[in-house]
Design a protein around this ligand. Structure first.
Ligand code: SGN
Ligand code: CA
Length: 515
C-alpha cells in the first residue's frame, strides 16, 4: 500500500517542480472574532493579519465536531470523527493509521510537530516531535520528547513552542528536504494565564458586549437550557478569573471551595515570582471590586465578561507575537519564497454570545474556525473567500500543494483551486456535523446536522428535538424556525439530505428515526 502511494507521490511531484514547505499553525479555542483580520472590535493581531493581507482569508470555514481531540484527528486524517475513531476528548488515537504527515514523509518531506497534541497516544509519522502532556500548562510548561522523557521548562508555553519550532527550523532540519511543521499552541485555552506584559495592557481595556450576552432561555430548546457553559453560572471564579481567594472569602455567593483555592494556588505558584506579584495585584483589584459592589445577576455577568475578555485576549496577544516571529524568520531566511503558511484554530469559541464560553455546539460561533493562508506568488494578496470549507479539507489541501494525490478514504476536498484563484466555490453544497461528548464537560447534548450557505438543520437526537435556522436573516441563530409553515418544504428537503449525507460519509452509528 505504502509502496503504491510512494509511486503515486513521485509521479505527481515530478510534474510540479520544487515542493513548497508547509507551516501549519493551530491555536486552541481561538475564535475568529479575536483576530483583527476578521473583527476589529476586540484585539489587534497585526501578525495574523499579515497572513490575511499577503494571502487569503476564509470567512466560512467550519469544523465537523467542535472539540479539541476530534479536530486534531480530523486534521491528521482528512476524515470526520466517525471514520477516524476520535469522537471525544478521551479516546486514544490509533498511531498505526495512515495520516497526513506519513503521506508527506513518503513524498520526501521532513515532518515535525511541536506543541499541543492531545490525542492520548504518542505522535507517529513525524521525524521530530515535542508535545505537551494532555492540555499542557502556561507556566513551568512540560514537553514530552522523542525519548519519551517529560522535561519541564522555565518558559511561557507560547514562547516555548515558538522557540522550539524556530530552533528546529534553524538548526535541526535537513535543509535539502522540503518541510512540513505543525506548530500547535496551547493558548488561548482555559485556564487563561497570560503573560504579565499583555495582561497589564488588556486589563485596562473595556470590551464591547455581544448583543446576546444577557440572553435568557425563555422559548429556547432543551439543549440550550441544559448546557453548562454560562459565564455567569459556570465559569468558576477563582480558577478562571484569577481572583485572589482571600478577597472573596466573605462574599457568600462567590466563596470558592477548597479545591478551587488549591488549584488557584498551584497555578499561581507556577508563575515566576516577579510576574506573580504584579499579576496578583491585578487579580486582587478585581476581588476588591467584587467585595465593594457585591454584584449578582446581570451586574456580576457584566464584570465577569470583561475579565474573561482581558485574560483570553491577553493570551492571544502572545500567540500573535509568535506568528510574527515565524513570519520574520521565513522572510529573513528567504524561505517565504516557497513556503505555505496556514493559521487556524481547532474550533471557534463563545466570547459571551448567549452569555456563554466554550464550544461544542453546531451553532456558527463554535462551528466556525479561522482560516488564513499565505503562499507567495500563488495566492493573490488580500483575497477573501466565502465558500463553505471544512477541516476535513485541510489534509487534502496540504497533500495537493505538495503534489500528492489524496487517498480516496479522505473525506475532504482540496482547497488548492480556491486559494490559487482557479475556482471560487467547492462543488460540495453542505457540511456534515456531529457532536458526541456528553455530559463532560459542559452538558452539551449530542447532535447531528447539516450546514448550507443559507440554512442550518440540527437534530439533538437524545432529546429528539430539531432546530432550523435561516442564517441569512438570523446569523446569530436566535429563532428556531422548525415549526414555521413557510419553511416546511426547505426543512423536509434538508432532513432528506441529512439522511443521505450521513450515509454518503458512511456514518453508520444510529441516531434513532430522524423524523
Ligand atoms: C477543560 C475545560 C473545559 C473544556 C475542556 C475541553 N475546563 O476541561 O472548559 O471544554 O477542557 O477543551 S477547565 O476548567 O479545565 O478550563 S478542549 O479544547 O480540549 O476540547
Ligand atoms: Ca479547543
Amino acid at each position: 500500500m505504502l509502496y503504491r502511494l510512494a509511486i503515486l507521490c513521485l509521479l505527481s511531484i515530478s510534474s510540479q517542480g520544487q515542493q513548497p514547505n508547509i507551516i501549519y499553525i493551530m491555536s486552541d479555542d481561538h475564535d475568529a472574532d479575536a483576530i483583527s483580520a476578521y473583527n476589529k472590535k476586540l484585539i489587534a493581531t497585526p501578525n495574523m493579519d499579515r497572513i490575511a493581507k499577503d494571502g487569503i482569508r476564509f470567512t466560512n470555514c467550519f469544523v465537523g465536531n467542535s472539540i479539541c481531540s476530534p479536530v486534531r484527528a480530523t486534521v491528521l486524517t482528512g476524515q470526520h470523527s466517525h471514520s477516524n475513531g476520535i469522537k471525544d476528548n478521551r479516546t486514544p488515537f490509533d498511531g498505526s493509521k495512515i495520516t497526513l504527515p506519513k503521506l508527506l514523509k513518503e513524498a520526501g518531506y521532513q515532518t515535525a510537530i511541536i506543541g499541543k497534541w492531545h490525542l492520548h497516544s504518542l505522535p507517529t509519522g513525524f521525524d521530530y516531535w515535542a508535545v505537551l502532556p494532555g492540555q499542557g500548562v502556561y507556566y513551568s510548561t512540560r514537553l514530552i520528547n522523542m525519548k519519551n522523557d517529560t522535561v519541564r521548562y522555565n518558559e511561557y508555553a507560547t514562547s516555548l513552542i515558538t522557540n522550539q519550532t524556530l530552533s528546529w527550523l534553524r538548526e535541526q532540519r535537513d535543509p535539502a528536504k522540503p518541510f512540513f511543521v505543525m506548530m500547535h499552541h496551547k493558548a488561548p485555552h482555559r485556564n487563561w494565564v497570560p503573560e504579565l506584559k499583555w495582561l497589564e495592557v488588556l486589563s485596562k481595556k473595556k470590551f464591547p458586549e455581544p448583543p446576546t450576552l444577557y440572553a435568557d432561555t425563555v422559548g429556547k430548546g432543551t439543549a440550550f437550557k441544559h448546557q453548562r457553559m454560562s459565564i455567569l453560572k459556570d465559569m468558576t471564579l477563582c480558577i478562571d478569573l484569577k481572583i485572589d481567594p482571600q478577597y472573596i472569602m466573605d462574599i457568600p455567593h462567590l466563596r470558592p471551595d477548597s479545591n478551587e483555592i488549591r488549584s488557584y494556588n498551584s497555578f499561581m505558584n507556577s508563575i515566576p515570582e516577579y510576574q506573580r506579584i504584579k499579576m496578583k495585584t491585578i487579580f486582587a483589584e478585581r476581588g476588591r471590586l467584587l467585595q465593594k459592589l457585591k454584584p449578582t445577576g446581570k451586574e456580576l455577568l457584566k464584570l465577569k465578561y470583561q475579565w474573561y475578555m482581558q485574560d483570553y485576549l491577553a493570551c492571544i496577544a502572545s500567540v500573535d507575537e509568535s506568528v510574527g516571529q515565524i513570519l520574520n524568520y521565513l522572510d529573513e531566511s528567504g524561505l517565504s519564497e516557497n513556503t505555505m503558511i496556514i493559521y487556524t484554530s481547532d474550533q471557534g469559541f463563545y466570547l459571551g454570545e448567549n452569555g456563554w464560553f466554550d464550544k461544542r455546539f453546531m451553532y456558527d460561533v463554535s462551528m466556525q474556525t479561522p482560516l488564513l493562508i499565505k503562499w507567495k506568488g500563488k495566492i493573490k494578496p488580500g483575497s477573501v473567500n466565502t465558500s463553505l470549507v471544512q477541516n476535513i479539507d485541510f489534509a487534502p489541501t496540504m497533500l495537493d500543494v505538495a503534489g500528492v494525490i489524496a487517498p480516496v478514504w479522505m473525506q475532504g476536498l482540496s482547497l488548492k483551486p480556491i486559494i490559487t484563484g482557479r475556482q471560487n466555490e467547492l462543488s460540495r453544497k453542505e457540511l456534515y456535523y456531529r457532536y458526541y461528548e456528553y455530559p463532560i464537560d459542559h452538558y452539551v447534548i449530542p447532535h447531528i446536522g447539516l450546514r448550507e450557505k443559507q440554512f442550518k438543520l440540527i437534530y439533538f437526537y437524545t432529546a429528539k428535538e430539531w432546530e432550523f435556522y435561516d442564517l441569512k436573516n438570523d446569523p446569530q441563530e436566535q429563532k428556531n424556525l422548525i415549526r414555521i409553515p413557510k419553511y416546511q418544504a426547505e426543512i423536509e428537503r434538508m432532513k432528506k439530505k441529512l439522511v443521505e449525507t450521513k450515509s454518503q460519509y458512511k456514518d453508520t452509528e444510529p441516531v434513532g428515526e430522524m423524523k
